[in-house]
Design a protein around this ligand. Sequence first.
Ligand code: SF4
Length: 256
Amino acid sequence: MRVLPLERGFTYGPVLSRRLGRSLGINILPLERKVCSFNCVYCHYGVTPGATLTPAAEDFPGVGPVLKAVELALRAYPEVESLTFSGNGEPTLHPYFHELVFGVRQLRDRLAPHAQVTLFSNATALHLPQVQAALPWVDVPIMKLDAGDPATFARINRPARGVTFEAVFAHLQALPNCFLQSVLIDGPVTNARGDPLEAWIAAVAEIRPRQVQIYSTDYPVAEESVERVPPFQLRRIAEEVSRRTGLDVRPFWVNP
Ligand code: SF4
């Protein structure tokens, strides 16, 4: 099964997103390889070559070229509704993440004041100073949480050395008003039933995010043994979690 190609530029799209509207992707990761602190079994960019929390700073694009690309894209597409940090891995690993968020926000204020600044993150670097400084400037922080226990976390996210479930969970608990995004999968590794699902529900209930967004795999993934959780089951899980926790839980899928 072929995974999706990496993004080839510092911006991509705009794409029409069910959650975000017209979203301009901002890729502040290297263009030639994925850089991430996770190696998720379901990643649609394939396997992470050497998952790390401390990638070499010189591998990342500079602040100036990224902001120039965002400015050009905003002049071409002033109607975008979200400026979305995502792309070829984990955006918060960029050594100048704070400067990038601040710069994008200034461009947004000038060229697309109606748009929101959105961040997709796996929440492994929330303790870093450049990330803590940036978070107040992000309008929509969407944080990944696929597991509620260390064993499932290790099996699904396959984190870099030094990244623990306990630390990620503690950072999410301390983050006010975030959105949680969870990918539910089945097969030899699952978080969609049994004890792993119960542990995830308990973790979500403790974090109490502004909203929980659940997905499964709509694209080719890193490991062929991963099985998709069908939309009817996502809907059923969302209803159950919502009923038990009182949280706003939304199921999403691309292909019915
Ligand atoms: S956190 Fe995202 S980019 Fe990193 S391995 Fe997981 S799915 Fe892929």
